[in-house]
Structures are given as structure tokens and as C-alpha cells.
Design a protein around this ligand. Sequence first.
Ligand code: SIN
Ligand code: MN
Length: 200
Amino acid sequence: MEKLSLRGFEIYKDLLDFEAQQVLLTAMREVAKGAPMFSPMTPYGKPMRVKMTSAGKYGWVSDRSGYRYSETHPEGMVWPDIPNEALDIWHRVSGSRQMPDSCLMNFYGENARMGMHQDRDERDFSHPVVSVSLGDDGLFRIGHMERGGSTESIWLSSGDVVVMGGDARLTYHGVDKIRFQSSRLLPKGGRLNLTMRIVS
Ligand code: SIN
Ligand code: MN
């Protein structure tokens, strides 16, 4: 494990070994059984390129009325509990004594990406966002607290964990592309990213 800091984001390379990645993946597959992955619509009526689902009290949904946290899946069920394997990671790196109440799981297929954005829909920005990468490598881009300006990028690999907190909590970030089938964790390829948060 190696810990880096990039523009205030703390990056733990290889925090999870392959076995820990497999155990977490199995737990997240159970989450997706209870709350199936879906392709959200953007408020502009275009389907997003990532597929997602959530665990915890609050999940992230998007439809024509906008992006928001919701206590229910679009099909109506409550979200499954956040697996202990994910909570353990939060406890190791977040510096927070409170538990996260949301764990969003995004799946990036071969051509998926995520545009530059801030995570700013939570009530209290003194709590960090903890992001866990599983599967294929993703090129993660970090900007500034305001949109635009220079950026720096880093490849995130399976088992890497990023803490977006402190003064960097509202820093713009995104994922430009993935290296399809660069990891053997997901046999069919693709990248899973978990983000844990205290929403409310
Ligand atoms: C996000 O910012 O929501 C996802 C970051 C990632 O996929 O690494
Ligand atoms: Mn984000």
C-alpha cells in the first residue's frame, strides 16, 4: 500500500489486496440482487453511460426531475444495507466516527466515462467522500474548486481508495476513460466504483 496526495485528495494505492477485492465484490453483487443496477436518465432525457445502484439509507437517482438522493430504488424497494466490508474501508480511511448512510455503486462499461463534477448534494461537507475502485483501471481527473483550469490525472486500479475530504471536498473530478479488461477481477471487464458518503 502506498499513500499519495493529489490536490488534497488522499489516494491509497492497493489498499485492498485481490482477496479483499473479491470479498467486497461478492458483497456488492448481493446488493445488486436486492436493488438491480439501472441506467439513470439525465435531467436532459439522455441515458447516462454508467449503470448504478446503491446501498444504505439513501441512494442516488436521476430522472427528468433532476438528480437527487432517494430512500427508494426507482422500482420502489428500499436500498440494501451497506456491506460490512465497505464500512470497514470507511472506518480505516475516512477519519470520521459517523457511519456513512449511502454507498453508491457505479459500473463503467467499455466506453463509459463521467464528466467533471463536484459532489455537493450532501448536507455537511465536513464529512469526506470515500471512493473505492474495483475492476478495470480508470483515468481519474482532478481539477479545482471552481470549474475549469488545469487538471491532473491518475490511473486508479482495482483496490485503490480515494478520500475526497477536507479542503478538497468540493474539488471537481471525473473519469475520462477506462482501460477495458485491464483487471481480472470482473471476468467480463468493466470498472465498479463505490462512493460512500454521509448524506444527511
Ligand atoms: C464519482 O466521482 O462519482 C466517481 C469517481 C470514480 O468513479 O472514481
Ligand atoms: Mn463524484
